[in-house]
Ligand binder design. Structure first.
Ligand SMILES: Cc1cc2nc3c(=O)[nH]c(=O)nc-3n(C[C@H](O)[C@H](O)[C@H](O)COP(=O)(O)O)c2cc1C
Length: 318
Protein backbone atom coordinates (compact mmCIF):
# COMPACT_ATOMS: atom_id res chain seq x y z
CA UNK A 1 0.00 0.00 0.00
CA UNK A 2 1.26 3.47 -0.85
CA UNK A 3 0.61 6.43 1.45
CA UNK A 4 0.55 9.95 0.04
CA UNK A 5 0.17 13.48 1.42
CA UNK A 6 -3.07 15.24 0.43
CA UNK A 7 -3.07 18.71 -1.09
CA UNK A 8 -3.84 21.13 1.75
CA UNK A 9 -4.13 24.81 0.80
CA UNK A 10 -2.07 26.93 3.16
CA UNK A 11 0.00 23.94 4.34
CA UNK A 12 1.52 21.75 1.63
CA UNK A 13 4.32 24.12 0.69
CA UNK A 14 7.79 22.83 -0.20
CA UNK A 15 8.96 22.73 3.44
CA UNK A 16 6.05 20.67 4.73
CA UNK A 17 6.06 18.37 1.71
CA UNK A 18 9.72 17.65 2.44
CA UNK A 19 8.88 16.89 6.08
CA UNK A 20 6.30 14.36 4.92
CA UNK A 21 8.68 12.79 2.40
CA UNK A 22 11.17 12.33 5.23
CA UNK A 23 8.31 10.81 7.19
CA UNK A 24 7.62 8.25 4.46
CA UNK A 25 5.09 9.84 2.07
CA UNK A 26 5.38 8.14 -1.32
CA UNK A 27 4.02 11.18 -3.14
CA UNK A 28 3.07 14.72 -2.19
CA UNK A 29 0.81 17.35 -3.74
CA UNK A 30 1.22 21.10 -4.00
CA UNK A 31 -1.49 23.30 -2.61
CA UNK A 32 -4.15 23.84 -5.26
CA UNK A 33 -2.87 26.25 -7.90
CA UNK A 34 -5.27 28.49 -9.83
CA UNK A 35 -5.45 27.81 -13.56
CA UNK A 36 -6.76 31.36 -14.09
CA UNK A 37 -3.85 32.72 -12.03
CA UNK A 38 -1.29 30.90 -14.17
CA UNK A 39 -3.06 31.71 -17.42
CA UNK A 40 -3.02 35.41 -16.50
CA UNK A 41 0.59 35.46 -15.38
CA UNK A 42 0.14 35.76 -11.59
CA UNK A 43 3.55 35.59 -9.92
CA UNK A 44 2.01 34.73 -6.54
CA UNK A 45 0.38 31.68 -8.17
CA UNK A 46 3.69 30.67 -9.75
CA UNK A 47 5.37 30.74 -6.36
CA UNK A 48 3.01 28.00 -5.17
CA UNK A 49 4.58 25.75 -7.78
CA UNK A 50 8.10 26.04 -6.45
CA UNK A 51 9.86 22.98 -5.11
CA UNK A 52 13.02 22.66 -3.02
CA UNK A 53 16.23 21.44 -4.60
CA UNK A 54 16.14 17.66 -4.63
CA UNK A 55 12.41 17.45 -3.87
CA UNK A 56 10.97 14.44 -5.71
CA UNK A 57 7.62 12.88 -6.53
CA UNK A 58 5.45 15.96 -6.31
CA UNK A 59 2.12 16.30 -8.13
CA UNK A 60 0.92 19.80 -8.97
CA UNK A 61 -2.79 20.29 -8.29
CA UNK A 62 -4.79 22.68 -10.44
CA UNK A 63 -8.18 24.21 -9.85
CA UNK A 64 -10.26 25.91 -12.50
CA UNK A 65 -13.30 25.44 -14.69
CA UNK A 66 -12.33 26.95 -18.03
CA UNK A 67 -10.69 24.40 -20.33
CA UNK A 68 -8.75 27.10 -22.23
CA UNK A 69 -7.17 28.45 -19.01
CA UNK A 70 -6.58 24.92 -17.78
CA UNK A 71 -4.79 24.09 -21.01
CA UNK A 72 -2.43 27.09 -20.71
CA UNK A 73 -1.79 26.33 -17.03
CA UNK A 74 -1.11 22.65 -17.73
CA UNK A 75 1.46 23.55 -20.36
CA UNK A 76 3.22 25.92 -17.97
CA UNK A 77 3.27 23.37 -15.14
CA UNK A 78 4.54 20.71 -17.52
CA UNK A 79 7.34 22.94 -18.81
CA UNK A 80 8.76 23.43 -15.31
CA UNK A 81 9.71 19.70 -15.37
CA UNK A 82 9.30 19.64 -11.59
CA UNK A 83 6.29 17.38 -11.30
CA UNK A 84 5.44 13.73 -11.79
CA UNK A 85 1.82 14.48 -12.60
CA UNK A 86 -0.93 17.10 -12.66
CA UNK A 87 -4.15 16.66 -10.70
CA UNK A 88 -7.49 18.39 -11.21
CA UNK A 89 -9.31 19.54 -8.08
CA UNK A 90 -13.00 18.64 -8.31
CA UNK A 91 -13.85 18.75 -4.63
CA UNK A 92 -12.86 21.97 -2.87
CA UNK A 93 -15.98 23.46 -1.23
CA UNK A 94 -14.48 26.92 -0.50
CA UNK A 95 -16.87 29.66 -1.68
CA UNK A 96 -14.18 31.57 -3.63
CA UNK A 97 -13.38 28.39 -5.60
CA UNK A 98 -16.97 27.19 -6.09
CA UNK A 99 -18.08 30.69 -7.16
CA UNK A 100 -15.88 30.45 -10.23
CA UNK A 101 -17.38 27.05 -11.12
CA UNK A 102 -14.27 25.14 -9.95
CA UNK A 103 -13.53 22.63 -7.14
CA UNK A 104 -16.72 21.10 -5.74
CA UNK A 105 -18.83 22.92 -8.37
CA UNK A 106 -17.38 20.50 -10.95
CA UNK A 107 -18.87 17.52 -9.09
CA UNK A 108 -22.27 18.58 -10.43
CA UNK A 109 -21.05 18.43 -14.01
CA UNK A 110 -19.24 15.29 -15.19
CA UNK A 111 -19.21 16.75 -18.73
CA UNK A 112 -17.22 19.78 -17.54
CA UNK A 113 -14.88 17.47 -15.63
CA UNK A 114 -14.33 15.63 -18.93
CA UNK A 115 -13.67 18.90 -20.79
CA UNK A 116 -11.14 20.07 -18.18
CA UNK A 117 -9.33 16.72 -18.02
CA UNK A 118 -9.26 16.46 -21.81
CA UNK A 119 -7.74 19.95 -22.02
CA UNK A 120 -5.06 18.78 -19.57
CA UNK A 121 -4.40 15.54 -21.45
CA UNK A 122 -4.03 17.39 -24.74
CA UNK A 123 -1.58 19.88 -23.21
CA UNK A 124 0.97 17.50 -21.63
CA UNK A 125 2.49 14.04 -21.66
CA UNK A 126 2.53 13.96 -17.85
CA UNK A 127 0.03 11.65 -16.13
CA UNK A 128 -3.25 13.44 -15.39
CA UNK A 129 -5.31 12.54 -12.33
CA UNK A 130 -8.56 13.67 -10.71
CA UNK A 131 -9.39 14.29 -7.05
CA UNK A 132 -13.10 14.32 -6.43
CA UNK A 133 -16.05 13.52 -4.16
CA UNK A 134 -19.00 11.12 -4.59
CA UNK A 135 -21.45 13.93 -5.39
CA UNK A 136 -22.92 17.19 -4.13
CA UNK A 137 -25.05 15.48 -1.43
CA UNK A 138 -26.09 11.96 -0.40
CA UNK A 139 -29.18 11.89 -2.65
CA UNK A 140 -27.11 13.03 -5.66
CA UNK A 141 -24.39 10.46 -6.31
CA UNK A 142 -22.45 11.55 -9.39
CA UNK A 143 -19.46 9.31 -8.82
CA UNK A 144 -20.00 6.80 -11.57
CA UNK A 145 -20.74 9.44 -14.22
CA UNK A 146 -17.54 11.16 -13.05
CA UNK A 147 -15.66 7.85 -13.36
CA UNK A 148 -16.86 7.44 -16.96
CA UNK A 149 -15.89 11.03 -17.79
CA UNK A 150 -12.45 10.67 -16.23
CA UNK A 151 -11.70 7.35 -17.90
CA UNK A 152 -12.88 8.66 -21.26
CA UNK A 153 -10.55 11.66 -20.86
CA UNK A 154 -7.65 9.28 -20.20
CA UNK A 155 -6.78 9.84 -16.53
CA UNK A 156 -4.07 7.73 -14.91
CA UNK A 157 -5.82 7.59 -11.55
CA UNK A 158 -8.62 8.98 -9.39
CA UNK A 159 -8.58 10.03 -5.75
CA UNK A 160 -11.89 9.90 -3.94
CA UNK A 161 -12.38 11.98 -0.81
CA UNK A 162 -15.30 9.79 0.18
CA UNK A 163 -17.50 12.57 1.53
CA UNK A 164 -20.18 14.52 -0.27
CA UNK A 165 -19.65 18.24 -0.85
CA UNK A 166 -22.44 18.92 1.67
CA UNK A 167 -20.24 17.28 4.34
CA UNK A 168 -17.19 19.49 3.66
CA UNK A 169 -14.44 17.82 5.76
CA UNK A 170 -16.52 16.16 8.50
CA UNK A 171 -18.95 13.31 9.08
CA UNK A 172 -19.09 9.80 7.66
CA UNK A 173 -16.59 8.61 5.09
CA UNK A 174 -18.53 6.54 2.56
CA UNK A 175 -16.30 3.50 2.23
CA UNK A 176 -19.08 1.58 0.47
CA UNK A 177 -18.94 4.04 -2.43
CA UNK A 178 -15.15 3.85 -2.42
CA UNK A 179 -15.35 0.02 -2.71
CA UNK A 180 -17.79 0.29 -5.57
CA UNK A 181 -15.55 2.79 -7.33
CA UNK A 182 -12.59 0.43 -6.96
CA UNK A 183 -14.54 -2.46 -8.41
CA UNK A 184 -15.84 -0.48 -11.39
CA UNK A 185 -12.71 1.50 -12.22
CA UNK A 186 -10.10 0.57 -14.81
CA UNK A 187 -7.59 3.03 -13.31
CA UNK A 188 -5.92 2.94 -9.87
CA UNK A 189 -7.95 4.48 -7.06
CA UNK A 190 -6.61 6.44 -4.09
CA UNK A 191 -8.84 6.59 -1.01
CA UNK A 192 -9.05 9.64 1.21
CA UNK A 193 -10.96 10.75 4.29
CA UNK A 194 -10.08 10.71 7.98
CA UNK A 195 -7.33 8.11 7.94
CA UNK A 196 -5.57 8.89 11.21
CA UNK A 197 -4.18 5.58 12.48
CA UNK A 198 -3.69 1.88 11.74
CA UNK A 199 -7.34 1.04 12.34
CA UNK A 200 -8.76 3.65 9.98
CA UNK A 201 -6.07 2.82 7.39
CA UNK A 202 -7.01 -0.87 7.53
CA UNK A 203 -10.70 -0.07 6.98
CA UNK A 204 -9.81 2.01 3.96
CA UNK A 205 -7.39 -0.63 2.65
CA UNK A 206 -10.23 -3.18 2.76
CA UNK A 207 -12.03 -1.24 0.00
CA UNK A 208 -9.29 -2.43 -2.36
CA UNK A 209 -7.69 0.98 -3.01
CA UNK A 210 -4.09 1.06 -4.32
CA UNK A 211 -3.12 4.09 -2.31
CA UNK A 212 -4.25 5.95 0.81
CA UNK A 213 -4.10 9.74 0.99
CA UNK A 214 -3.60 11.46 4.34
CA UNK A 215 -4.41 15.11 5.00
CA UNK A 216 -5.00 16.57 8.44
CA UNK A 217 -3.43 13.73 10.41
CA UNK A 218 -0.05 14.62 8.89
CA UNK A 219 -0.18 18.20 10.13
CA UNK A 220 1.08 17.46 13.62
CA UNK A 221 2.73 14.17 12.72
CA UNK A 222 4.54 14.03 9.37
CA UNK A 223 5.92 10.64 10.43
CA UNK A 224 2.47 9.05 10.11
CA UNK A 225 3.30 7.68 6.64
CA UNK A 226 6.13 5.45 7.85
CA UNK A 227 4.11 4.50 10.92
CA UNK A 228 1.24 3.27 8.76
CA UNK A 229 3.55 1.46 6.34
CA UNK A 230 5.49 -0.30 9.08
CA UNK A 231 2.55 -0.73 11.47
CA UNK A 232 4.43 1.17 14.14
CA UNK A 233 3.49 4.18 16.23
CA UNK A 234 6.33 6.63 16.75
CA UNK A 235 6.31 7.89 20.30
CA UNK A 236 5.99 11.63 19.87
CA UNK A 237 8.06 12.46 22.92
CA UNK A 238 8.89 16.04 23.70
CA UNK A 239 12.37 15.53 22.19
CA UNK A 240 10.89 14.09 19.01
CA UNK A 241 8.47 16.99 18.69
CA UNK A 242 11.28 19.49 19.21
CA UNK A 243 13.31 17.73 16.53
CA UNK A 244 10.40 17.89 14.04
CA UNK A 245 9.78 21.52 14.93
CA UNK A 246 13.44 22.51 14.34
CA UNK A 247 13.61 20.55 11.12
CA UNK A 248 10.46 22.25 9.85
CA UNK A 249 11.79 25.72 10.69
CA UNK A 250 15.07 24.92 8.86
CA UNK A 251 13.16 23.79 5.79
CA UNK A 252 11.01 26.93 5.85
CA UNK A 253 14.19 29.01 5.91
CA UNK A 254 15.47 27.06 2.88
CA UNK A 255 12.16 27.62 1.12
CA UNK A 256 12.40 31.33 1.90
CA UNK A 257 15.97 31.54 0.59
CA UNK A 258 14.91 29.81 -2.63
CA UNK A 259 11.94 32.17 -3.15
CA UNK A 260 14.07 35.28 -2.49
CA UNK A 261 16.69 34.08 -4.98
CA UNK A 262 14.12 33.33 -7.68
CA UNK A 263 11.61 36.15 -7.25
CA UNK A 264 13.00 39.69 -6.93
CA UNK A 265 9.47 40.90 -6.02
CA UNK A 266 9.16 38.45 -3.10
CA UNK A 267 9.35 40.78 -0.14
CA UNK A 268 8.08 38.58 2.71
CA UNK A 269 10.85 38.44 5.32
CA UNK A 270 12.00 35.16 6.85
CA UNK A 271 10.69 36.46 10.20
CA UNK A 272 7.22 37.07 8.74
CA UNK A 273 7.12 33.73 6.92
CA UNK A 274 8.21 31.61 9.88
CA UNK A 275 6.11 33.43 12.50
CA UNK A 276 3.05 33.24 10.25
CA UNK A 277 3.54 29.50 9.64
CA UNK A 278 4.14 29.10 13.35
CA UNK A 279 0.64 30.46 14.05
CA UNK A 280 -1.05 28.30 11.44
CA UNK A 281 0.99 25.13 11.58
CA UNK A 282 4.15 24.77 13.66
CA UNK A 283 2.36 25.17 16.99
CA UNK A 284 0.58 21.88 16.23
CA UNK A 285 3.74 19.91 16.97
CA UNK A 286 3.17 20.80 20.62
CA UNK A 287 -0.54 20.13 20.97
CA UNK A 288 -1.31 18.15 24.07
CA UNK A 289 2.20 18.55 25.52
CA UNK A 290 3.01 20.25 28.81
CA UNK A 291 3.86 23.88 28.04
CA UNK A 292 1.58 24.04 25.01
CA UNK A 293 -0.93 26.35 26.70
CA UNK A 294 1.91 28.79 27.44
CA UNK A 295 2.91 28.60 23.78
CA UNK A 296 -0.66 29.34 22.69
CA UNK A 297 -0.81 32.26 25.13
CA UNK A 298 2.32 33.76 23.54
CA UNK A 299 1.20 33.03 20.00
CA UNK A 300 0.42 36.58 18.95
CA UNK A 301 3.61 38.00 20.48
CA UNK A 302 5.84 35.94 18.21
CA UNK A 303 7.20 37.90 15.26
CA UNK A 304 10.70 36.62 14.52
CA UNK A 305 12.48 33.35 13.72
CA UNK A 306 14.48 33.81 16.93
CA UNK A 307 11.30 34.12 19.00
CA UNK A 308 9.83 31.05 17.31
CA UNK A 309 12.94 28.99 18.06
CA UNK A 310 13.03 30.23 21.66
CA UNK A 311 9.66 28.59 22.23
CA UNK A 312 11.51 25.29 22.39
CA UNK A 313 12.78 26.43 25.76
CA UNK A 314 9.24 26.91 27.06
CA UNK A 315 8.63 23.23 26.54
CA UNK A 316 11.97 22.21 27.98
CA UNK A 317 11.39 24.17 31.16
CA UNK A 318 8.02 22.53 31.87
C1 LIG B 1 -6.95 23.18 5.43
C2 LIG B 1 -7.33 22.30 4.27
C3 LIG B 1 -6.92 22.63 3.00
C4 LIG B 1 -7.26 21.81 1.91
N1 LIG B 1 -6.83 22.13 0.66
C5 LIG B 1 -7.09 21.30 -0.38
C6 LIG B 1 -6.57 21.56 -1.68
O1 LIG B 1 -5.84 22.52 -1.93
N2 LIG B 1 -6.91 20.69 -2.68
C7 LIG B 1 -7.69 19.58 -2.45
O2 LIG B 1 -7.97 18.80 -3.38
N3 LIG B 1 -8.18 19.31 -1.23
C8 LIG B 1 -7.88 20.13 -0.20
N4 LIG B 1 -8.32 19.82 1.04
C9 LIG B 1 -8.98 18.50 1.27
C10 LIG B 1 -7.91 17.45 1.64
O3 LIG B 1 -7.02 17.24 0.57
C11 LIG B 1 -8.56 16.11 2.01
O4 LIG B 1 -9.33 15.68 0.93
C12 LIG B 1 -9.45 16.24 3.25
O5 LIG B 1 -8.81 16.98 4.26
C13 LIG B 1 -9.81 14.85 3.79
O6 LIG B 1 -8.65 14.14 4.14
P1 LIG B 1 -8.20 13.99 5.71
O7 LIG B 1 -9.45 13.56 6.45
O8 LIG B 1 -7.11 12.98 5.69
O9 LIG B 1 -7.77 15.35 6.16
C14 LIG B 1 -8.04 20.63 2.13
C15 LIG B 1 -8.45 20.32 3.42
C16 LIG B 1 -8.11 21.12 4.48
C17 LIG B 1 -8.56 20.74 5.87
Amino acid sequence: MKFVLAPLAGFTNAAFRTMCRLGGADLTYTEMVSAAGLAHGSIATRRLMEVLDGERDVVCQLFGSKPDEISVATREISETKRFVGIDLNAGCPMPKVVKEGAGAALVKSPQLIYDCLKAMKDATDLPITLKTRPGPKPDQVKLFEILDAAEKAGVSGITLHARFTSQAHGGDVHLDLLSELVSRSKVPITGNGSVVDGESALKMAQTGVDTIMIGRAALNNPLIFNDLKNETQTDLTREKRLELFSMHVDLLLKQHEMLVAKYPDYTTSADDLVSCIFRTHLFRYFSGVRGSSEIRRRMNDIHTVKEVLELKNVLKEN
